[in-house]
Design a protein around this ligand. Structure first.
Ligand code: S3P
Length: 435
């Protein structure tokens, strides 16, 4: 599947983006383990979250679908059943890493598999701390999937200093901690997204936390609660940048999740002189939301503050497109985690921007981008949804057609991306046959 995107100059309208991916995954997990039934509205019907949903259905959880919501009937903390087959996490690192933690102490054996991109991604970062809790988890020789979880009698709580700032590793250890004897504690090097902590509290699970230290005692119950999933700021980011870089633009995005551990993209764009107005603040199901109005902006290059990297980690592909359209130089550092996402995003962004005539220098932990004019060109997404969407948006400043190859994975996080993009003014068409 490929996108062909012709240059266009105007972005306008009012849109909502699909539900938050991180929150949707967790809603299924906690609703499945809870006592009682949980109604989830705004759930992201993307392939990643559907992989998590199917995994729980394979373990005996039943789901009723309404017209714009679904009800998950919890089986209680000890009610999951051994699945008949391996659980297929597709492209989703969040499904695989969080499920590994949640299933480590269930008392049954299970194998987790995934697609070509997921099979390259590091899993020792979750298996090592879980094995030190008494789990028995194997990976392939390079520490990559498949992940095989063997049955164990019990887990023992640990205190764990995360070696990398990763919400997935933090969450995997906390999820295992729900089934461990004693109090499991995780200490983060830098704060990362805290949806696991927020949602555990929403399901009335006792939890202690300070800025970078979280602890849970095993053995308590989760109680069903209704969850309203806000729009995903990581999906909104593509259109926020679209409106910043388009020569003429005024765009409003409604109901965007504004959890402070996720808003780094707004802080970075504002430091680059973006015209962003945040209004209609609300709280939906324990998570803050707002409307965001963005106008065409003269962006300036900056040194991205390293402390903002974890709270914007998924937004770097599109932030790098913004940097290419800014006056001056933008430097991204201490962002080596970008190399182990759905693709090596530092390499993939550098390659794509170079194709469009932008001067880029790549480092092990980041890159430098010189703002300047963009040509058209042929871009390879590297099986990465966020690379595909970011380079489609670049068409707003390109001199010629941009063809983005390998766009199928956009469906993992942003079903309806092409329709939304067209509705605000992008000249984008989807072609089922690629190369
Ligand atoms: C996620 C955490 C982040 C992020 C991913 C979703 C989560 O990954 O990149 O898209 O839902 O916990 P890391 O924990 O690897 O940084």
């Amino acid at each position: 599947m490929k996108y062909i995107v012709q240059p266009s100059a105007r972005i306008a309208g009012e849109i909502s983006v699909p539900g938050d991916k991180s929150i949707s995954h967790r809603a299924i997990m906690f609703a499945s383990l809870a006592e009682g039934s949980t109604r989830v509205s705004g759930f992201l019907q993307g392939e990643d979250c559907l992989a998590t949903l199917h995994a729980f259905q394979q373990m005996g959880v039943t789901v009723d679908y309404g017209s714009d919501d679904m009800t998950i009937h919890g089986v209680g903390r000890d009610g999951l059943q051994a699945p008949q087959n391996a659980l297929d996490c597709g492209n989703s690192g969040t499904s695989m890493r969080l499920l590994t933690g949640l299933l480590a102490g269930q008392g049954f054996a299970v194998t987790l598999v995934g697609d070509e991109s997921l099979l390259q991604r590091p899993m020792r970062r979750v298996c090592d701390p879980l094995n030190s809790m008494g789990a028995r988890i194997d990976t392939a020789a390079k520490g990559t999937p498949p992940v095989t979880i063997h049955a164990v009698d019990s887990l023992q709580a640990i205190s764990y200093h995360l070696p990398v700032a990763s919400a997935q590793v933090k969450s995997a250890v906390l999820l295992a901690g729900l089934f461990a004897r004693g109090v499991t504690e995780v200490i983060e090097p830098k704060p990362t997204r805290d949806h696991t902590e927020c949602m555990l509290q929403a399901f009335h699970y006792p939890l202690q936390r300070s800025a970078t230290r979280i602890s849970v005692e095993g053995g308590h119950r989760l109680h069903a609660t209704d969850i309203q999933v806000p729009g995903d700021i990581s999906s909104a980011a593509f259109f926020i940048v679209a409106a910043c870089i388009a020569p003429q633009a005024e765009l409003t995005l409604h109901n965007v999740g504004m959890n402070p551990t996720r808003t780094g993209v707004l802080a970075i764009l504002q430091a680059m002189n973006a015209s962003i107005d945040i209004h209609n603040h609300a709280v939906e199901g324990g998570e803050p939301t707002a409307s965001i109005t963005v106008r065409s902006s003269q962006l300036r290059g900056i040194d991205v503050p390293p402390e903002l990297v974890p709270s914007a980690i998924d937004e770097f592909p599109i932030l790098c497109v913004a940097a290419a359209c800014a006056q001056g130089t933008t430097r991204v550092t201490q962002a080596e985690e970008l190399r182990v996402k759905e693709s090596d995003r530092i390499a993939q962004v550098a390659r794509g921007l170079t194709t469009l005539g932008v001067r880029v220098e790549e480092y092990p932990d980041g890159l430098t981008i010189e703002g300047g004019p963009l040509t058209g060109g042929e871009i390879d997404s590297g099986h990465d949804h966020r690379i595909a969407m970011a380079f489609s948006i670049a068409s707003l400043r390109a001199a010629d057609t941009i063809t983005v190859h390998d766009c199928k994975n956009v469906a993992t996080s942003f079903p309806g991306f092409v329709e939304t993009a067209r509705s605000v003014g992008l000249d984008i068409t989807l072609h089922e046959h690629d190369r």
